[in-house]
Design a protein around this ligand. Structure first.
Ligand SMILES: [Zn+2]
Length: 313
């Protein structure tokens, strides 16, 4: 008898996330409209310095420090409710390598405080990060202090258990992205069980190196078709699942027709997400802390790592 923590949600072969940087708000509204039809979750790494709404110009690195409009805040709140993610991209979009620790900390903290004031993020929810210009600082201490993981720009697919969760790689989107190549990267991710993180800014004419909308929407159609093999989620969920999976361990005992499963005690300092357990034998029912846990294809999901799980065989 064997009980395992699955690599990904409901035993999917790989994890996929589509991420967007900066502040291409007009593009993002169109992307969300299409993505929601296909249940594709997206992560948006907002740089709120740009905000006069992604109207960011040919030199998109101006930092006007304009407040985010109330319309945009409503849009972001709506998409968070729909399961999309808002992640960090700093307030001022400086090259992290040029900043002292104190300056980088201020850049991150100003972003966090602003987003908390807009009620777009909460304390201890767990945040992910995208390095401005895709470049990492020499030391990661400050990023590690405020974020659970981070991605750069480019590099391809990620190992299914990335060596360094602060060095996640991406497949980039842009004016010259071919649909076939993009879809092939998903097939390769499924075949080799590697994580695929897509990285863009805007669509059509908005932002730095935007991708034509027909390409990304066709790609979403393709991702949707593969959903039985792919956990389509946000970047923070991939990071959290990885951290949780690598730190949780199970033990269990069998008596009569029951199995009692316990997690080794561990406390995470962020809002946890459900992880999937699998069984190589048939299970009939499952209860944890007086709650019935649904069984799907002999998988169960839990986000409660303190109470024992009672399984009926
Ligand atoms: Zn950027």
């Amino acid at each position: 008898m064997d009980i395992n923590i699955e690599y990904w949600d409901y035993g999917k072969k790989t994890a996929y996330t589509c991420t967007w940087d900066d502040y291409c708000i007009d593009s993002w509204k169109k992307i969300i409209k299409y993505a929601n039809k296909k249940d594709i979750k997206n992560s948006f790494f907002i740089n709120n310095g740009y905000c006069e709404a992604g109207k960011f110009q040919s030199n998109n690195l101006i930092t006007p420090e304009t407040p985010v409009s109330s319309d945009d805040i409503l849009f972001f709140k709506k998409i968070i409710n729909e399961g999309h993610e808002i992640g960090g991209h700093t307030m001022y979009h400086e090259d992290c390598r040029d900043l002292t620790d104190t300056e980088l900390e201020k850049d991150c903290l100003d972003w966090i405080n602003t987003m908390e004031n807009y009620n777009l993020i909460k304390k201890n929810q767990g945040l992910s990060f995208s390095y401005p210009f895709g470049v990492r600082p020499k030391k990661l201490d400050i990023i590690k202090k405020y974020f659970l993981g981070a991605r750069a720009h480019g590099g391809g697919l990620n190992l299914k258990n990335p060596k360094n969760i602060y060095r996640l790689k991406t497949v980039n989107l842009g004016k010259r992205t071919y649909l076939q190549k993009l879809n092939n990267s998903l097939d390769e991710a499924i075949l080799n069980e590697k994580i695929l993180i897509i990285d863009g800014q805007g669509i059509n004419n908005e932002g730095w190196n935007p991708i034509p909308e027909n390409i990304i929407f066709n790609h979403f159609d393709y991702v949707f078709k593969k959903k039985d093999n792919v956990w389509i989620t946000t970047m923070i969920n991939i990071i959290k699942y990885t951290i949780q999976r690598n730190n949780l361990s199970l033990n269990w005992e069998i008596n009569d027709k029951n199995i009692i499963i316990k997690f080794k005690k561990i406390k995470f300092n962020f809002d946890v997400i459900p992880i999937t357990l699998s069984f190589n034998f048939k299970i009939k029912s499952c209860i944890q802390n007086n709650k019935i846990i649904p069984i799907e294809n002999n998988y169960i999901r839990t986000s409660d790592f303190n109470h024992i799980i009672k399984i009926k065989l």
